[in-house]
Design a protein around this ligand. Structure first.
Ligand code: ZN
Length: 618
């Protein structure tokens, strides 16, 4: 493998592109609004993770690999793109320069220095009866404190530096390691004084810095960290990760708690898969490090944070906020976006009132396991929090909740999941129960002819199945159009398909019909390429199983196409109902209400026709 290929292989293209624009999952791919041309209507930009490519199907009509993307986005030439992506991928481009070797040596020196500090703080703790007594009083075992290297910084301005200088280290090194700071009027002072010290290591167990917690309740602030150094970047490190990696893999779950004590207590109680961020920012870097070991991530919130709507402030943050900005720890919106971009599963659980994870875990390790089982997906968690157990909201409250939750749902990457959340929200808010809920789908049973291997009606599967039929025989489009026209509905369009890839395939089918030079089945093969072509061929071969000579097959097939249209109509109606409610709440012009009502009426009519047609094809 060439280095260019190796880098391409290691960089997650959807993740990289997702950092500078919003991407939504669409089947195996991601779609979004093209960053290279002005478009706000249809997401014309597609990322194909399988092939590591992207393409704008809109005005740009171009695409390429990850290199092409960063070159276009950043204005880099190829060597610049290569250099930057190599760094990201952790691939070395050429033998290290003497300079780099020197830098690495310096880092090794700094880590050694930090290890000496760990020893110093540790010894100091063992001789500080009061602090040790406090820790033991909280239930921590000597073994747990030892394995995390917990220490104590004495209440002194120079004890640490005196110790390290005597070992031959220089002031500059101590400053560089973030252990001491320079006074304005000359001289140096120990950064950490009278504090409980938590060594922070990287995932490989190498020292990076310290987290420090007050020992005297009168001190402020409660927590401080090492400053940013060449080794310490709090947005990239997680406390406890080096010791938690194995347990995360074994449990196929990582648990993120809020404090150092929580992590230690959980490990002590046998729950070794817990880590914590330092302070208040949980970044995509940190989630990405966790995802290396498991894609299932649970955030355990202290009751204060869990029940506090302020923790959801991300909902109200401007949508345009740069994704690169560190998000508040439990910013629901940031989490949902990270989740989609990283293809991780993030759940949230709130702790019992007045209890920290360390208390729960040390009192009863089983209770902790039970608690984690109750974790809910971020969107559900937010809905629970906003809607609560009662359903006493008035119209205005409902509209306000919908306005808060809907944007969050929009950020969910998976279209099927998104749809389920929308339905769940409508149900829980009892939105428009009379006028609008009438169109809620009555699940029709699928006849055996339509898709023998599909047990249930899955809208994405129906989409693939219908496409397969059209690919096998493009002229079937005319027949379906006639069926739709008979119901006074417009003919098939790419809008009947959700996946952008499906739409691309459908458009190829349409184009294959609009020409006479080639057989339509040959034509779409020539029009499609890459992933879309593979997908199209797979769809078409599945459709080979359908035997039109068998009775009722034609009915079953048209029913599947009607379901596609039904899905589209229902989706539009649902959006419309929320919009109507929002407008109503805003008490804006009557005219807008009328126009929305007209649209709704039109959709309800279409839906009724489809209902009748589907009832006749059961
Ligand atoms: Zn474009």
């Amino acid at each position: 493998m060439t280095v260019v290929e190796e880098i391409k292989d290691r960089v997650d293209i959807a993740e990289l592109i997702g950092e500078s624009m919003q991407l939504k999952k669409s089947g195996k791919n991601f779609t979004g609004f093209c960053p290279f041309h002005a478009n706000t209507r249809t997401p014309a930009f597609v990322v194909f993770p399988d092939t590591g490519t992207w393409r704008c199907f809109g005005a740009c009509n171009e695409g390429g690999d990850v290199y092409k993307y960063v070159m276009k986005k950043e204005g880099w030439d190829f060597p610049q793109a290569l250099q930057n992506l190599a760094e990201r991928a952790g691939v070395e481009l050429r033998p290290r320069t003497p300079e780099q070797e020197e830098q690495e040596e310096a880092q090794v020196g700094l880590r050694g220095l930090l290890e000496s500090a760990v020893t110093f703080y540790r010894n100091n703790l063992l001789h500080s009866d009061q602090v040790l007594g406090y820790l033991q009083g909280r239930g921590f075992s000597s073994e747990a404190l030892e394995s995390f290297g917990v220490g104590y910084a004495p209440d002194s301005w120079d004890a640490l530096q005196a110790f390290l200088l005597e070992k031959g280290h220089k002031h500059e090194q101590l400053v560089e390691a973030g252990l001491i700071a320079k006074r304005e009027n000359g001289g140096f002072y120990d950064r950490f004084r009278n504090r409980i010290m938590f060594p922070i290591r990287d995932g490989r167990g190498r020292m990076a810095g310290f987290g420090a917690r007050i020992s005297d309740p009168k001190d402020q602030p409660k927590f401080i960290n090492s400053p940013q150094t060449v080794l310490f970047d709090k947005g990239r490190l997680l406390f406890g990760l080096d010791g938690a990696r194995k347990a995360i893999r074994a449990a196929d779950q990582a648990v993120v708690v809020e404090g150092y004590f929580d992590v230690i207590a959980l490990h002590q109680a046998g729950h070794g898969n817990a880590v914590s961020p330092m302070g208040t920012a949980l970044t995509s870097h940190q989630l990405r490090s966790l995802k290396r070991y498991s894609r299932n991530i649970v955030l355990a919130l202290d009751a204060d944070a869990a029940g506090n709507q302020a923790t959801l402030r991300g909902l109200n943050v401007a949508r345009e906020a740069l994704d690169r900005e560190p998000d508040p720890v439990f910013d629901a919106r940031g989490l949902v976006r990270h989740e989609g971009r990283l293809d991780a599963e993030i759940r949230i659980v709130g702790l019992p009132e007045g209890k920290d994870p360390d208390e729960v875990a040390l009192e009863d390790p089983e209770a902790w396991t039970d608690l984690l089982r109750k974790a809910s997906p971020v969107v559900e968690y937010v809905m629970d929090l906003l809607i609560g157990p009662s359903d006493s909201q008035d119209a205005k409250q409902k509209a306000a909740i919908a306005r808060q939750v809907l944007p969050l749902i929009e950020d969910v990457a998976d279209p099927v999941e998104r749809e389920a959340y929308r339905q769940g929200l409508a149900r829980r808010l009892k939105v428009d129960e009379r006028a609008m809920m009438g169109w809620r789908p009555k699940r029709t049973t699928r006849t055996q002819a339509s898709a023998p291997d599909l047990q249930q009606v899955d809208s994405m599967a129906t989409e693939g199945f219908c496409l397969g039929l059209l690919l096998r025989d493009p002229e079937l489009t005319y027949w379906i159009d006639r069926q739709l026209h008979a119901l006074e509905l417009e003919g098939l369009s790419s809008q009947d398909f959700i996946g952008t890839d499906s739409q691309v395939i459908f458009k190829a089918v349409q184009s294959s019909l609009g020409q006479v030079d080639e057989e339509p089945t040959e034509r779409w093969k020539a029009l499609l390429d890459g992933t879309a072509l593979d997908q199209a061929i797979a769809f078409a071969s599945k459709a080979e199983e359908v035997d039109f000579a068998r009775p009722k097959v034609a009915d079953a097939v048209s029913a599947d196409f009607f379901r596609l249209r039904m899905r589209r109509v229902e989706g539009l109606l649902e959006q419309l109902s929320f919009q109507q409610q929002a407008v109503q709440e805003l008490e804006t012009v009557e005219q807008e209400m009328i126009s929305l009502a007209k649209k709704a009426q039109n959709l309800v009519t279409q839906k009724r026709r489809l209902d009748v047609a589907l009832a006749g094809r059961k």
